[in-house]
Design a binder for this molecule. Structure first.
Ligand code: NDP
Length: 327
């Protein structure tokens, strides 16, 4: 289609935004289809955002059909087909979890309402800003006219990290790794699952054949990768988060390949005993902009315990934002 895909990005002047906008503008989500960027920032960051837009102009991207910036979500989200909610309030010194949930609650309540009011009928909403699952839950709960299936939170970076670790361990190229799954919350409790993944068509856990590596190296390395990157580069993993945000949006809109699936945090329908209504990561296939949770996977006791622990954390976060009156 030649009609531009209208893509909103919040927190556009932030570190992730600085990678993400250039990837989107060069076709990482929509390929050759033109894109129009709608960039939301808080008032004090608009000047910096103007500088980023100058750089977007200077790239002369052939498929960038337009850029608009502003601080009012009801203007910026007008008619958008895709909204990538990246901006969030980082945890400041001395901030308790409740303060963090409250600060983000205000942001995602307002953005959910604005999307409900003005986004295109076909809108898809991906949340990258942390705590991503619960922020998605808040936005979803404040957008009653948008089907709940249109919201998701990003666990694709965790998914990609798991693929990369498995590729390094087995010596297989990343293209030989399929059916990776991240279950649960995008947090340290997440469960990267090798029991259903495949390396060159063989079961990954069997191909590795090393439960000690899986438990004591693989799972914590994937779950704590963000902190390891901050340690090494002195700044957060913004470029890989931006890349994963593009991967997730592209696959959501344009479909997963035959014989593979991806991880997305989506509203639970009770699959795999994850309580209905929690935004939890599952293995999903996508087609025509809709996702379907992969059914029928055998969950052994080890996996069950890991999934339950992460889901318990999500239930806890949901209770906290319910108590705050945010949902
Ligand atoms: P980043 O662009 O680095 O990160 C933005 C969000 O993404 C944070 O919540 C961050 O979580 C999250 N995130 C998810 N995965 C990753 C990852 N792998 N690595 C790093 N971050 C990840 O933050 P900045 O502070 O540079 O920029 C945020 C921008 O958002 C600012 O410009 C601010 O003005 C803006 N903002 C805009 C709002 C709006 O548009 N209404 C509202 C609030 C803020 P974590 O904190 O856990 O690292």
């Amino acid at each position: 289609s030649d009609t531009p895909l209208k893509v909103a990005v919040t927190g556009a002047a932030g570190q992730i935004g600085y990678s993400l906008l250039f990837r989107i503008a060069s076709g990482a989500i929509a390929g050759d289809r033109p894109v129009e960027l709608r960039l939301l920032e808080i008032e004090p960051a608009l000047k910096a955002l103007e500088g980023v837009v100058m750089e977007l102009d200077d790239c002369a991207f052939p498929n960038l059909a337009g850029v608009e910036i502003g601080a009012d979500p009801t203007k910026i989200f007008e008619g958008v087909n895709l909204a990538l909610l990246v901006g969030a309030r980082p945890r400041g010194p001395g901030m308790e979890r409740g303060d963090l949930l409250e600060a983000n609650g205000a942001i995602f309540t307002a953005q959910g309402k604005a999307l409900n009011e003005v986004a295109a009928d076909d809108v898809r909403i991906g949340v990258t800003g942390n705590p991503a699952n619960t922020n998605a839950l808040i936005a979803m709960s404040n957008a009653p006219d948008i089907p709940q299936e249109r919201f998701s939170a990003l666990t694709r970076l965790d998914h990609n990290r798991a693929i990369s670790q498995l590729a390094a361990k087995t010596g297989a190229p990343v293209t030989e790794i399929k059916k990776m799954t991240i279950w649960g919350n995008h947090s340290a409790t997440q469960y990267p699952d090798l029991f259903h993944a495949e390396v060159s068509g063989k079961n990954a856990a069997e191909a590795v054949g090393d439960q000690e590596w899986l438990e004591s190296y693989f799972i914590p390395t994937v779950a704590k990768r963000g902190a390891a990157i901050i340690d090494a580069r002195g700044a957060s993993s913004a470029a890989s988060a931006a890349s994963a945000t593009c991967d997730a949006a592209r696959d959501w809109l344009y479909g997963t390949p035959e014989g593979d699936w991806v991880s997305m945090a989506v509203v639970s329908d009770g699959s795999y005993d994850v309580p209905e209504g929690l935004v939890s990561s599952f293995p999903v296939t996508t087609s025509n902009g809709d996702w379907t949770i992969v059914q029928g996977l055998d969950i052994d006791d080890f996996s069950r315990g890991r999934i339950d622990a992460s889901v318990a954390e999500l239930a806890d976060e949901k209770q906290a934002v319910t108590d705050l009156g945010l949902i």
